[in-house]
Design a protein around this ligand. Structure first.
Ligand SMILES: Cc1cc2nc3c(=O)[nH]c(=O)nc-3n(C[C@H](O)[C@H](O)[C@H](O)COP(=O)(O)OP(=O)(O)OC[C@H]3O[C@@H](n4cnc5c(N)ncnc54)[C@H](O)[C@@H]3O)c2cc1C
Length: 512
């Protein structure tokens, strides 16, 4: 995932290529339970985004009858920033509950490579998007990385490309450049519909409206690079309008984090929340903040008692969860392109299209590591195959790209299965054309004043991104803090009972 969804930010990124790949240093801090303290320390100096501010207050003075005041369900970016925001507002009676043995969620580092040639790789989030332009607002993730002197490498997304198709190396850079311009045009077209109150439609329709209609395999691959590789789904599956929008050493004590604890049931009422774990134990709280991915909520991996209201269910099932899968290979030595990226145009759109070399200056020179990304339905299909089958398909593609090279067996091969992992059920959320703002309000809304939701998917502006999760965690925790402070001032996230049709099919039309 690599581009901001806001049209202006797209333009900024295109002009100064400000995308950065975070180094191992950042993700290594998240890799193991032993590193939680380092991670928390890292967040402990995080940029404050200036949400609600409160006068000094000591919530502990009125103790809760429950186990804790707040249960933060999920220890990814949203969960951690929620904890930090509570702490900043004087509330330390909370517990982060996480199924894995480490914090970090979809920021997930792993060691990859043959013995003696291992490197730290990111299975999930990798880029900091739309870092900063001039004195404008910066991405808080970028601020964190800068404050801690983490090594970042600017990604030359628009200037370091080699192109191939199933006959071998073919120069279609002009076609690819055209697709870059078409995508920028698409986001502008989508953005213009909002102030005019025009109905949403699919991004495929948007492309057709601007006359961008890929006919050849090379055109389809070029479009894919701009679109699917970002949204993890096709233009048909994505809204046109939405495509244009775009520390514990200091504050976390050991008892505030519960690792290896998988939530099975969440019981809620106007009196509070009680959570049951897979081992049958329970914890109760005045408030719970659910930060599980949209995919987890969609797949009933966690049961709610009572069942969530219809308006919430409609919202959860109305948004989609895309899959973005990086397939890593390590070879004895490099035989491929010298650019950062390569694009492969197959006869089938989306078949192993975007390749990235890590055997490059600034990355991991001499590593022999290359990876290819697949998305959406193709990624889900790949997950259902054995590793051996996927490896053979990938090698077959490499052999088409390099017909005159003897491609050896890789020394190492790996890909994460985000779609089938019950802790994620996909990579990040995407906004389909049938999902309207009322749905989004409901995705974010509080249920019975005590059950709150946050995570990348609840962010209106930055859904899908790390910084979306960052802001949402902080925002919801600030609201919860206010409720704890003074129930009368409790400012819950409101919902819409029924999401009505939008014009031109609205109820204001006279059909008689
Ligand atoms: C392959 C991939 C590439 C990406 N690339 C980028 C990128 O380049 N830039 C970017 O900004 N974003 C990127 N993202 C998106 C980014 O990683 C997410 O938006 C962000 O990490 C989401 O944080 P979160 O806190 O909302 O959710 P999560 O990180 O999913 O946190 C939720 C936590 O809940 C836990 N959990 C789930 N179920 C249970 C349960 N039953 N009981 C207890 N715990 C549970 C999970 O283990 C997880 O730790 C990428 C994501 C993926 C997968």
């Amino acid at each position: 995932m690599h581009l901001p969804k806001v049209a202006d930010a797209v333009a900024d990124d295109m002009s100064n290529t400000t995308m950065h790949s975070l180094s191992n240093a950042l993700w290594n801090t998240l890799a193991s339970p032993l590193r939680i303290l380092r991670f928390a320390a890292f967040l402990g100096v995080a940029h404050s985004s200036g949400f609600l501010s409160y006068s000094p207050f000591s919530p502990q003075s009125t103790a809760s009858a429950n186990d804790v005041r707040v249960l933060i369900l999920g220890g990814g970016m949203a969960g951690i920033t929620a904890a930090k925001a509570l702490h900043e507002q004087g509330i330390d009676d909370f517990k982060i509950v996480e199924a894995r043995g480490a914090l970090g969620g979809r920021m997930k580092v792993f060691k990859f490579g043959a013995p003696g040639r291992q490197y730290s790789m990111e299975a999930g989030a990798e880029w900091v998007h739309g870092t900063q332009t001039g004195d404008g607002p910066s991405n808080p993730i970028f601020d964190l990385a800068r404050k801690h002197n983490l090594t970042m490498h600017p990604s030359n997304y628009y200037g370091s490309m080699t192109t191939y198709d199933y006959t071998g190396p073919v120069d279609y850079l002009e076609t690819w450049n055209k697709a870059i311009r078409a995508y920028a045009n698409l986001t502008v077209t989508g953005g213009h519909r909002v102030p005019k109150g025009l109905v949403d439609t699919t991004s495929r329709n948007g492309y057709s409206m601007i006359g961008a209609k890929p006919q050849t395999h090379q055109e389809a691959a070029s479009e894919y690079y701009q679109f699917d590789w970002e949204y993890a789904q096709t233009p048909e599956q994505t809204s046109l309008i939405a495509s244009s929008w775009a520390e514990a050493a200091e504050f976390l004590a050991e008892e505030q984090v519960l690792l290896n604890a998988t939530v099975k049931t969440i019981k809620y009422s106007r009196d509070g929340v009680s959570v049951m774990f897979s081992d049958g134990t329970t914890l109760s709280a005045d408030y719970a903040l659910v930060t599980f991915s949209l995919g987890v909520l969609q797949n009933d991996d966690v049961r709610f008692e009572p069942v969530l209201p219809d308006w919430k269910m409609e919202a959860i099932h109305g948004m989609t969860m895309g899959t973005y899968t990086k397939i890593f290979l390590q070879f004895p030595k490099k035989f491929w392109f010298d650019t950062e990226y390569a694009l492969y145009a197959d006869e089938e759109r989306g078949r192993y299209p975007v390749w990235q070399s890590l055997d490059l200056e600034g990355f991991y020179p001499g590593s022999g590591i290359l990876f290819v990304t697949v998305t959406g339905d193709f990624a889900n299909r790949v997950e259902s195959f054995t590793d051996e089958r996927v490896k053979n398909e990938v090698l077959e593609v490499l052999r088409s790209m390099y017909p005159n090279t003897a491609i050896p067996e890789p020394d190492a091969f790996y890909f994460p299965r985000w779609h089938s992992d019950p802790l994620y059920r996909g990579s990040y959320s995407n906004w389909p054309a049938s999902f309207v703002s009322g749905h989004h309000t409901n995705l974010r809304a509080t249920v019975q004043d005590h059950l709150w939701f946050a995570g990348e998917a609840t962010s209106l502006k930055y859904f899908g991104y790390l910084h979306g999760a960052y802001f949402e965690g902080r925002k919801m925790a600030s609201h919860i803090a206010r409720c704890i402070r003074n129930a009368r001032q409790c400012d819950t996230m409101e919902h819409v009972d029924e999401v009505m049709n939008l014009g031109p099919y609205g109820t204001d039309l006279d059909w008689d």
